[in-house]
Design a protein around this ligand. Structure first.
Ligand code: 7RM
Length: 666
């Protein structure tokens, strides 16, 4: 349903938005939803809090079929190197595949895959199991053994799940690199991890073009001593160089492999994967996750945060598998739960700007999990686009990756969710492995912009940055108070850096998240952003998120990113990069409107001193705004590392815009 822009309508929308901004309006679970929800009784929180280790152990046994059930929950004898379910035995690929096929669900679709050029592949659990067994045997034939690292550099095609599960099946540790990263980043990650094999493609499609991936990989990987094999999936038929003795085609090795590869039960603490996350300045951190605890976290949260009913739901996590969100909520969580998922190969605007909604309509998706950056993009394109499609199958929406501005939340709720779908704003990290702070859709009354409260069995706190004492109301550092099963176990080959990064400030029993947050009078958590994303204007500590939300509330603004810039008068001053809606030209009037809006919502001191019009903002592949680069640009410094940018061209454009701003000022 498109919003009609009558004056009355606008006024009532604004009034509502203001209430939300003031944190007055709450959205309780719709009655119909609550009635049929898996969890609708808030007693679950107390039940878990009474004995979190016992509770997690019980959940683990509920959602997974252990080959050998663990007799012990947590081993905390050597903090912060926590271990979970240590004497249990389990195989992740068997949990995701074999057990569903064994109970007669082999014909259930695991992935409704949709390709950029309209291709459709519906892959069943039985087919996925068959491919996984063959590829697992192929990897063995190629000399890959338990404990070896295998790099995976693939686009969003079903083979990416096969490759991950085949590794898990034989105990090899996968190391997925986002398909959008450059071959150079792949090399760096393969080198750090001493990967023995790499799985990639001949070519990858993006918006109608084909990139010669294998050729690019060859240019970078040529002299990497540890790398013995490159497996090439023929995804596009792009001709590519093959090195005799090192490179093989996926289809050929699978065809030659034995079709049966029994899953070997692994120790619960056997490493499942490494995933590199980029630090803002230092070298990327290799986050290490292990088998039993990670699967427990991903599977339990996927089931209960999203109220998943595998027989009737069609689940769509619109992330990339190269991000932790894809690992936990495209591959491991949904498959372990026996869900039917949508997997979309491409971008949100190819072949057209309604493609997501076309896919949701066609697959009858019931749950959609997306990032705020995508939602803001859809707002920019206009509500009339989703209005052309039937989205009535949707019953629940999720958000992840960044704070969601109240305006984007309300739009998502109204335009996509038809005002009937609860929204779960889920806070978590690569390090946490699974969702940590989130509403439960059948229980929690949500507030737009707040991830609300910790998942049962999880305990979070906002503490004073100086002495670590809890801050009841107001801003501080976000901490997780006790170990949880899916927590990272270490940084790969960097134990010291692991302790230093997360456990040196306030002790080995409290995990330092690295985000700033505050709690409101209801005890809800408002995650503000990374610690550096806090601005101090004349002694007022402001979060970039709250200023951005106030700017984005302007009807002509699509997106905003705020940074602090050193200022002789106020210590720091606010500098805002603002993207306007399609078709709107920058003007003095809009600028004044933005400043007034911020003054009204937060206070005059928070008014942006400087506004830079930006056609686009620098974002990572997972859609996070890279404020670090904006700070470089605003201060006229040389740009730091730009290799994780989704579109490096954005920076050149911004530099031009900043130069234009200077000329205007002169
Ligand atoms: C899942 C993921 C982690 C960082 C985290 C936060 C930010 C993620 C939210 C959020 C506010 C949210 N993993 N973040 N989710 N901030 N509300 N719901 O994103 O490792 O790539 O990033 O993302 O700063 O620390 S991640």
């Amino acid at each position: 349903m498109a919003t009609e822009a009558t004056p009355d309508r606008l006024a009532s929308d604004l009034a509502r938005e203001l209430e939300v901004m003031l944190e007055i309006e709450k959205f309780p679970p719709p009655e119909g939803f609550r009635e049929s929800a898996l969890w609708s009784d808030p007693a679950i929180y107390e039940e878990a809090a009474a004995d979190p280790v016992a509770w997690w152990t019980a959940k683990s046994k509920e959602v997974l079929d252990w080959d050998v059930e663990p007799t012990e929950g947590l081993n905390d004898s050597n903090p912060p190197f926590y271990k979970w379910f240590e004497d249990g035995r389990i195989n992740a690929s068997a949990q995701c595949l074999d057990r569903h096929v064994a109970v007669g669900n082999g014909e259930r679709v695991a992935y409704h895959w949709r390709g950029e050029e309209g291709e459709r592949r519906d892959v069943t659990y039985a087919e996925l199991l068959d491919s996984t067994q063959r590829f697992a045997n192929a990897l063995k034939d190629l000399g890959v053994e338990k404990g070896d690292v295998v790099g995976i550099y693939l686009p969003m095609i079903p083979e990416v799940a096969v490759a991950m599960l085949a590794c898990a099946r034989i105990g090899a540790i996968h190391n997925v690199v986002f398909g959008g990263f450059s071959a150079e980043s792949v090399r760096e990650r393969m080198e750090f991890a001493e990967a023995k094999a790499l799985v990639t493609v001949d070519g990858a499609r993006r918006k109608g073009k084909t990139a010669p991936i294998k050729e690019q990989v060859d240019e970078e990987m040529g002299d990497l001593a540890s790398l013995k094999t490159i497996v090439v999936v023929r995804a596009t038929g792009t001709p590519c160089p093959m090195t005799e003795g090192r490179d093989v085609f996926y289809d050929e090795v699978c065809a030659a492999a034995d079709p049966e590869c029994p899953a070997e039960p692994m120790e619960a603490e056997h490493p499942l994967f490494i995933l590199y996350t980029s630090g803002s300045t230092a070298s990327p951190k290799g986050i290490l996750h292990t088998t039993g605890g990670y699967l427990t976290g991903a599977t339990t949260t996927h089931k209960y945060v999203f109220d998943l009913k595998p027989e009737s739901d069609v689940w769509w996590c619109a992330a990339d598998v190269g991000w932790i969100t894809g690992h936990s909520y495209i591959v491991y969580g949904p498959l372990a739960n026996g869900a039917t998922s949508v997997m979309w190969e491409g971008a949100p605007d190819y072949p057209h700007q309604g493609i997501w909604w076309e896919i949701a309509q066609e697959t009858k998706a019931t749950i959609l999990y997306a990032a705020p950056t995508a939602i803001r993009t859809f707002i920019k394109w206009g509500a009339d686009i989703p209005a052309r499609y039937d989205l009535s199958s949707l019953r629940l929406l999720g958000s992840v990756g960044e704070p969601i501005n109240p305006k984007a939340w309300l739009w998502y709720h109204k335009v996509i969710g038809g005002e009937r779908c609860p929204i779960v704003d889920t806070w978590w990290q690569t390090e946490t492995g699974s969702i940590m702070i989130t509403p439960l859709p059948g229980i929690t009354a949500t507030k737009p912009g707040s991830a609300t409260t910790p998942f049962p069995g999880v305990s979070a706190e906002v503490v004073d940055e100086k002495d670590g004492t809890p801050v009841a109301e107001g801003q501080g550092l976000l901490m997780l108070e006790r170990p949880w099963p899916s927590m990272l176990r270490t940084l790969y080959k960097e134990d010291e850096r692991f302790v230093e990064t997360y456990f040196s400030k306030f002790g080995k029993d409290r995990y330092l998240v690295g985000d700033a947050a505050r709690r409101d009078s209801d005890g809800y958590f408002w995650v503000i952003g990374r610690i550096d994303d806090v601005v101090n204007v004349s002694g007022h500590r402001l979060s970039t998120a709250e200023v951005e939300s106030a700017i984005v509330a302007h009807e002509k603004v699509a997106e905003a990113a705020v940074i602090g810039q050193s200022d002789p008068d106020t210590g720091q001053a606010i500098c805002a990069f603002v993207t306007l809606n399609g078709g709107v030209e920058p003007s003095e009037e809009v600028m004044a409107g933005i400043r007034d809006g911020v003054a009204a919502r937060i206070g005059k001191f928070a008014r942006p001193k400087r506004v830079i019009w930006a056609d686009d903002l620098p974002k990572t592949r997972s859609g996070k705004i890279m404020r670090r680069l904006l700070r470089d640009i605003a201060e006229g410094r040389a740009l730091g590392d730009v290799t994780t940018l989704r579109d490096p061209g954005v920076m050149a454009e911004l530099e031009k815009q900043v130069a234009a701003e200077r000329e205007n000022d002169d």
